[in-house]
Design a protein around this ligand. Structure first.
Ligand SMILES: Nc1ncnc2c1ncn2[C@@H]1O[C@H](COP(=O)(O)OP(=O)(O)O)[C@@H](O)[C@H]1O
Ligand SMILES: [Mg+2]
Length: 340
């Protein structure tokens, strides 16, 4: 079971915000009213501990990839801070980000577009070493690539390393992406829907590999998914996102067995192939049609079957661990007036 007091924090986000301004056509320059604001990430805080898997789940458009890019310092936050190994790196420039860039790696959803088709597998996996270990010899780099390929079970190593991405299967390409992330021995891997483009038949193999790598090299993951069925297999903690906000957060088992937020309950209902042993508690929560977001109050107001008058005010994320049936369950946060 999770016990955060014994775990070492590795990466922390505090009150991250990223809003995008979307202009609607050529009139937007003259009429500010035709510019709309998308609150992609709206005041999100999270703490990732060493060796832990933090699942970020939510429908498409909920802000998961923007959060990933913020955590990687690939985009600048409008507000908030990012703390890596107890150091505030929010304002650090490239020269001071070397250790961070090396220690926090990304695996993308689509290994078809994220791997350069003109490069051999050897060079794709070697590229991060070439960037970060300039002093190393070609031979040393090659040894590291071969080792990383063995670690992700891309074999026979020598033969496959001279191939191009097009000759590999989807699952093999995602193994290349993992080897590339792994080759610098990172502390954190941020995986943005790493199996969602893959054939169902190869998903389990990749998830199992990720889990093995985590245990072997003590890597922490931020695992992003729109599919709850994989999160219990790999995750320790989970945050459920809706319209840029975390609506519920806690240990994976706690949240999935005792979902409190109506949106989480609906997401669990929407799991197409729930594993009967881990998601027995699914219930039927009808969600009203439409994507309309209520601004200024609870984002979920228009879709929620339980909306009340007080939901026109913004709920805050409060600890509800006492609401669980299990005594002494770890922190369980929910942002909903039903639990006020
Ligand atoms: N660069 C951008 N410019 C404008 N809007 C963006 C940009 N990136 C993301 N968005 C918007 O932010 C919201 C969240 O997107 P995203 O983070 O990709 O969500 P998810 O990964 O959960 O599908 C969406 O409404 C999306 O259209
Ligand atoms: Mg995304």
């Amino acid at each position: 079971m999770l016990n955060s007091t014994f775990l070492q924090e590795i990466l922390r986000a505090e009150n991250l915000k990223k809003y995008f301004r979307i202009s609607k056509g050529i009139m937007s320059a003259m009429r500010p009213s035709s510019v709309s604001l998308v609150k992609a990430v709206d005041d999100i805080s999270l703490r990732l501990d060493e060796g832990q898997v933090y699942v970020i789940a939510g429908e498409s458009g909920s802000g998961k990839s923007t959060l990933a890019r913020l955590l990687l310092r690939a985009v600048e936050p409008d507000e908030g801070r990012i703390i890596f190994k107890d150091k505030d790196i929010t304002e650090k420039k490239d020269a001071d980000l070397k250790e961070f860039r090396r220690s926090v790696q990304m695996v993308h959803q689509d290994a078809y577009t994220s791997l350069d088709p003109r490069m051999k597998i050897l060079d794709i996996i070697m590229e991060p070493i070439t960037i970060h270990d300039k002093g190393s010899t070609r031979r040393e780099r090659q040894e590291k690539v071969y080792k990383a390929m063995e670690d992700v079970k891309l074999e026979p190593v020598v033969e496959l390393s001279s191939n191009y991405p097009y000759s590999l299967s989807g699952g093999q390409r995602q193994r290349v992406a993992l080897a590339r992330a792994l080759v610098l021995r990172p502390a954190v891997i941020i995986a943005d829907e790493p199996v969602s483009m893959l054939d169902v038949s190869v998903r389990a193999g990749i998830l199992e590999l990720m889990k093995d790598l985590k245990d072997k090299f003590r890597i922490s993951y931020v695992y992003i998914t729109h599919d709850l069925s994989t999160s219990r297999y790999i995750g320790d903690k989970i945050a459920i996102m809706y319209a840029g906000k975390v609506v519920e957060m806690g240990a994976v088992d706690t949240v999935l067995f005792n979902p409190l937020h109506p949106y989480t309950q609906a997401l669990i209902d929407a799991v197409s192939e729930p594993n009967p042993s881990n998601l027995q508690k699914t219930r039927s929560i009808p969600i009203r049609e439409g994507e309309k977001i209520f601004s200024g109050g609870c984002n979920f107001y228009f879709r929620c079957p339980y909306s009340m008058d007080k939901c026109k005010k913004e709920p805050s994320l409060n600890n509800q661990s006492g609401t669980d049936q299990s005594e002494g369950s770890p922190d369980h946060f929910v942002s909903c007036f039903l639990y006020d």
